[in-house]
Design a protein around this ligand. Structure first.
Ligand code: SF4
Length: 326
């Protein structure tokens, strides 16, 4: 039997190349190997966007479209929205009763978020975020969860909560394992990490023309001012994108000719534009197809949620029995 895997993403709106290379490519591969559940965690977004539910709703749909465009295949995996499976909330409530507050206060992302968001009094939900995340994972009895190194403390907390539950009420849950993923770091057009909030992102849904425009204005090696100046590909974000999207022999050629100074940035960027647009073409076509057919998206999400609810309810039956609840 295939091992089960769960992963999720907050509905942050349309997705960019950083999301694509950082998570989605990996997911598309993993859906072949695991019984995979991919959850758009809209309740998690309420921890910071509680005042704009309409934004969460819109962004949830955008994320779903981008997931499918990237290649998640509903025939091979289960794609659904967290709030369509109310069992997550029930398990979250029960787990919150056995999770000591200091476990949550020491989670690094809680401290960061509290400071970054400048929230005077962070909500109860923000503190409890990792408990909801534990519920998301445990309710499917996931064996593995793909994570980057930065998310390891969250996953460790899920494992601690699992052990505590099993110790108190009997062995109901498996302890999930981290599936450590090496993701390419994708620079934005200004050389910083690609991020929606830096306004430096190239989006999956951008047209070929928009992409060309963005690449045209991209930062390069600041010491290479004109053709003839030798460049340093290792500090150039254009080159970093070439390494992801261009054929290996072309990357080697660019490396050599940039250093020699006989390749100009304009030509180099044109080559990147062509390669990137070519790589994104099938994704964009799929994206358009789904965006033009909202009924199909709705159907996929509803079928995904129905399947997820079935598994989640089965787990909850065991949980209620173990906790002597009706
Ligand atoms: S030639 Fe290409 S790799 Fe070299 S600095 Fe210009 S854009 Fe970057």
């Amino acid at each position: 039997m295939q091992k089960r895997m769960l992963s999720g993403m907050q509905p942050t709106g349309i997705l960019h190349l950083g999301n694509l290379e950082g998570a989605l490519r990996n997911w598309v591969r993993l859906q072949e190997e695991y019984d995979s559940y991919f959850c758009i965690v809209d309740w998690h977004s309420l921890t910071t966007l509680a005042e704009t539910p309409e934004l969460i709703k819109k962004q949830t749909l955008d994320v779903a479209i981008d997931w499918l465009a990237a290649g998640l295949n509903p025939e091979k995996c289960t794609v659904f929205i967290q709030s369509h499976v109310p069992q997550h909330a029930e398990l979250h409530l029960l787990l919150s009763m056995i999770t000591p507050v200091p476990w949550l206060e020491r989670v690094p992302t809680y401290k960061e978020k509290k400071e970054n968001l400048n929230i005077e009094s962070a909500s109860y939900g923000l503190l409890g975020y990792p408990v909801l995340q534990a519920a998301d994972i445990m309710i499917y009895k996931a064996d593995v969860v793909p994570v980057g190194k930065d998310q390891l403390p969250h996953l460790e907390l899920t494992r601690e909560i699992t052990r505590r539950f099993n110790h108190l009420y009997g062995e109901v849950f498996p302890e999930c394992e981290a599936l450590l993923t090496e993701a390419a770091v994708v620079p934005g057009t200004d050389g910083r990490k690609m991020s929606k909030s830096y306004d430096n992102a190239i989006y999956i849904q951008d047209s070929a023309e928009e992409t060309a425009k963005k690449i045209k204005t991209m930062f390069t090696d600041p010491l290479k001012l004109r053709m003839g100046d030798p460049g340093r590909p290792e500090v150039c974000p254009v080159f970093a994108l070439h390494e992801i999207y261009s054929p290996k022999d072309q990357v080697a050629w660019i490396d050599e000719h940039c250093r020699a100074g006989d390749l100009g940035c304009v030509q180099c960027k044109k080559m990147l534009t062509e390669n990137l647009n070519e790589k994104l073409r099938p994704l964009r076509e799929r994206r358009q197809m789904y965006a033009d057919d909202p009924a199909q998206i709705e159907k996929i999400l509803e079928e995904g949620a129905a399947k997820a609810r079935e598994v989640a309810e089965e787990t909850m039956r065991e949980v209620r029995k173990a906790m002597m609840l009706p």
